[in-house]
Design a protein. Sequence first.
Lengths: 268, 435
Amino acid sequence: MYSAGIDMGSRTVKVVFLEELKVDGAPQLKWGVKGKHIMFPEDLDADQAAEKAFDEALQAAGIARDKVTRVVATGAGRKQVKFATADVTEVSAGAKGAVFMCPTARTVIDVGAEEGRGIKADGDGKVVDFAGNEKCAAGAGAFAESMSRALQLSLKDFGQASLRSDKTIPMNAQCTVFAESEVVSLIHSSTPKEDIAKAVLDAVASRVTAMARRVGIEGEVALIGGMVHNVGFVQSLKTALGVDQVLLPEMPEYVSALGAALLAAENK
Amino acid sequence: MTYPTEPLKCWKKAKELREQYYINFAKAKEKGGIRWSGSAWALDAIPAGLGNDVYSLTGEPYGAAIAIDKKFNKECQDAAESYGFARDLCAYMRTYWGSIILNKYPFGGEFPKPDFNFQTQICCSHAKWYQAASTLEHNTPTFFIDVSVGAYNTLSKEGLDYVTNQGLEAVEWLEKTTGRKFNDELFIEAVKNEMRSTSLWAAICCENKAKPAPLDEKTMYSLYVLATLSKSSKWCADFYEECLDEVKDRVKRGIAAVPSERCRVMSDTQPPWGFLKVFRYLEEYGAVSIGSLYTFGLEGIWETKPDGSWGPRTLPWEKGIEMHTREEAMRLYCDWNLSKPQWQHFYDPRLKTEMMKTIVKEWGVDGVMLHLNRGCEGLSLGIMENRLGLAAAGIPVMTFEGNMGDEREFDLVRTQNRVDSFMETLDLKREFAHA
């Protein structure tokens, strides 16, 4: 039998299945990732996107739908997942998944498309405290994406470009609109793209670091969410946190879906 | 298990008293009465010495009343901004100014211009509020009393003299401005009424220590507002006597405000008035907001009892202290107001944190929801320090951004999402969604 987690993010839908496995025939159970699937909703509405992503994930994993006993939804669109058994917030799911993937992590920084947040978790992945950005995208992945477009760089090149810069250009980290106008000014003043890219990523890192500090940084720090793929951001974050290492789970964009699947398996 | 519940009987009367207050202000001139305006923290027993036909319009509850009327509120905000006032100023203040600029009173007719403004200064916005209002109203006479003499636990004789002397000076100013003779008996009676009102309100809040809580914060807003309107009036003090009796009876009979009560939270600062449904959303988790330092201490006057608990401040005459003269009454009155809980954090956020920790302990609070209220610089002052202090004490705490009176700065869905996360940390499920 399987448990599933579905993360209805603002840009993508992620699905993870967990299979219940007995260890050496003993009652002890462990959970293995059976399948995962990501899809971009594009112009589908949320209901359709959830159904389509789930069906495609089932097909890819070779699992019959009636073998899935529980589905926990998370993400901004979690309430749109009509077939979910329960739903949990991104905060709970992110912490659960991150601590599962990185057991020594007690501080989780989650930077997805829509929101950045700092989470303090215990050893079971239960949230102790959390903080997030409010009505502003400046601490979120969508901001970095928007700025990469302004610089006419792909997201991948945007992150790599920032690593070539050793400049520190202060940028407004509180408001995307102000920050964008600063980027335009920097472009017009012929500032090299790599310096601008680093300034943008430093600003996002500064913002999410402040959120993490608000809840108190304890233990090791794990970074989850799509921004893990941005090497420049990871470096900016390490600098902002003043640490040599940030734990990066293998499938960062699936961590919240995994956390939801774990909670489904625990029947929470 | 759910608790029995029933509507609060005096709630309707509270609504009627509030409506009558605004009508009385509008119609004061029809009977030759006096109108004055000032904040809910104005020392309103002083103008009460001018007669029994003196009516006030307090600015903050006026702003809150308008905030619930989303269309008119937007008109007021737009009018104030079009006039040139900045959008990040106090939301109540902008609404008030907008109402003057539009010359529109939400309770009918034109904005009823006051004969004078009478104001205390402790919040950074209060002085400018009535200075600008006076200008907009073509120079309404305005008197300010500076009450910023430090926290009550450090109050010196000189500090109390400073405020008391301004109160006595205000009497002379009122006589000169209105042409009326000040009546000391009326003043002393108003001082006693205010002491009764504010001590009784604290006593009502204390009843919420009971489990289940007899009152939820959303209901308390309809009750505490009377003290913000006219705390020195007999009708306000008498209402709180009646209300206290009813709330005590609810406690005795185990009547809950929220039948699904499983968890008790407290809030902080003014709520986003146009979105009080947030409190109903909490109930879907079985969570009741039992109040806040704001609801308890904006007008309630408290003291630490001999056993260390927090309770209503003892009335002077219950301790054998009588008021015979204007000077005696003014001094006691100023001392009473300077102990107001919500004035203390202006001097040191740790004082507020300690009071909040007291509420958490004595009212059995499981978590605190801090409203980072962009609409009120005064009450938001030091709020992140409060968060740190509460978290350091091991108290679960969440923050949400918003604005008490400008809905452009509040996001309901995002706030509910934040509440969802917070409830999950408290191990609560949304199991009373249709309760």
